[in-house]
Design a protein around this ligand. Structure first.
Ligand code: UD1
Length: 417
């Protein structure tokens, strides 16, 4: 297992290119299961989660060829309908095969993902929606078995806006008979991108990006040619890195429309934000202002940026309050930040952070994907040396992160543990 060693305290400067969005590439790659033929998806980031999708698609019968950021998926022969526990437990998003498999093959058997470090994360809303579309769902030895000769359209109200649930049902509904209306749907940019992709495949999806998505089912879809959008969470992580190291970084490929909540909180923290053509430039203040925030579904402040933003608040000039409303247990990074000298107290879903003058480098351990990014950011701003272990979490979602930070002048290296 590798670890990352950071000699912190350097101001980050220069330009960094954002990779393709993991959370968009995953549903797009699963959407290939909906249509026989060869699909070509570009700007796919090279990440551990993407390697997991590749394995899963191959197990299901697809042929996958990778050439740099191009994924050519031949989904002509999908013979298997089972997503095994071994893969689903390493990547919860594997449950996104359920909708496409059921729609294409009439049945699917997918391991239940179980809980994870940030909370219980059930998939009840995915299942309820599929049942409303006529699927018979049973649970068998830890697996969800879903069957439906052909799904039919339905009106489905989500009790809360679920990103994965909205995506799963959009894909299932694309080949269902009749019209499906998803209400209180998630509005994330990844949902809009999936709708665009389904429409390119010959689907009829409208309303994506609002809380009501309508899908007119079609009899068949054609192969997809698509370029994945830039990763807004990766872009946001570089923005915070620039802000908290008093740096000056041009983040190429960052899309401002995806970042409203974060940009507004960065400005509140004192960062200077300049919109440039095809890029967002962030300059850090001399001292970070404290900022209060609550995570929310899009367009609210993303839960996937909460840990990184908290890392910045640890060196704020005063007290900040961060409330996590999306996941129930997403403060695993707090204990590790405390080991670096941060002053944080937690009460339920609220963390109060009293800014300290500086963080002190320490050995710390990553517990989940975004928590790992938070520790890297803390290490970049800290005095002395920080060692982040268990970085396989980081490799699930950040492409070449140490190379990118090195390019901005950071002292950072990956070494075998
Ligand atoms: C996706 C993102 C993840 C992000 C999250 C919230 C991917 C691959 N992952 O995860 O990075 O943190 O959105 O923006 O895109 N819930 C239920 N029942 C369900 C489904 C969800 O109760 O059937 C709850 C979850 O436990 C959570 C909330 O709904 O509290 C939001 O979860 P959801 O939007 O579904 O997250 P994911 O799609 O798993």
């Amino acid at each position: 297992m590798d670890k990352i060693i950071i000699h912190g305290g350097r101001r980050l400067k220069g330009e960094v290119q954002v990779s393709g969005a993991k959370n968009s590439a995953l549903p797009l790659l699963f959407a290939t299961l909906l249509a026989p033929g060869e699909h070509r998806i570009t700007n796919v980031p090279s990440l551990r989660d993407i390697a997991t999708v590749e394995k899963l698609l191959t197990i299901l019968g697809a042929t996958v060829q990778r050439q740099g950021d191009l994924f050519a998926v031949d989904a002509t022969h999908i013979e298997n309908n089972e997503a095994p526990y071994d893969l689903v437990r390493t990547m919860r998003a594997s449950v996104l095969v359920l909708g496409p498999l059921l729609a294409r093959l009439g049945q699917a058997r997918v391991s239940l993902p179980g809980g994870c470090a940030i909370g219980a994360r059930p998939i009840n809303l995915h299942l309820k929606g599929l049942e409303a579309m006529g699927a018979k769902i049973t649970l068998d030895h830890g697996y969800v078995e879903a069957k439906a000769k052909r799904l039919h359209g339905a009106r489905i109200y989500f009790d809360l806006p679920t990103v994965g649930g909205t995506e799963n049902l959009m894909m299932a509904a694309a080949l269902a008979k009749g019209k499906t209306v998803l209400e209180n749907a998630a509005c994330e940019p990844e949902i809009v991108e999936l709708a665009q992709a389904l429409n390119k495949m010959g689907g009829q999806v409208s309303g994506a990006g609002t809380d009501t998505v309508t899908i007119e089912g079609v009899n068949e879809l054609r192969p997809l040619e698509f370029a994945v959008m830039p990763d807004r969470i990766e872009a946001g992580t570089f923005m915070i890195a620039a802000a908290m190291t008093r740096g000056d970084v041009r983040i190429t490929g960052a899309i401002a429309a995806h970042q409203d909540a974060l940009l507004s909180k960065l400005r509140e923290a004192g960062a200077e934000i300049v919109m440039e053509e095809g890029a967002i430039r962030v300059r850090g203040p001399r001292r970070i202002n404290p900022v209060n925030l609550k995570t929310r579904a899009f367009p609210g402040f993303p839960t996937d940026m909460q840990a990184q933003f908290m890392a910045m608040m640890t060196i704020g000039n005063g007290s900040s309050v961060v409330t996590e409303t999306v996941f129930e247990n997403r403060f695993m990074h707090v204990c590790e930040l405390q080991r670096m000298g941060a002053d944080i107290t937690i009460d339920g879903r609220t963390a109060t952070i009293k800014g300290v003058k500086e963080l002190l480098g320490a050995p710390v351990m990553a517990t989940d994907l975004r928590a790992s990014a938070c520790l890297v950011l803390a290490g970049l701003a800290a005095d002395n040396t920080t060692e982040v272990s268990r970085i396989y979490h980081l490799d699930r979602g950040y492409e070449k992160i140490e190379e990118k930070f090195k390019g901005l002048g950071a002292h950072i290296e990956r070494v075998p543990e």
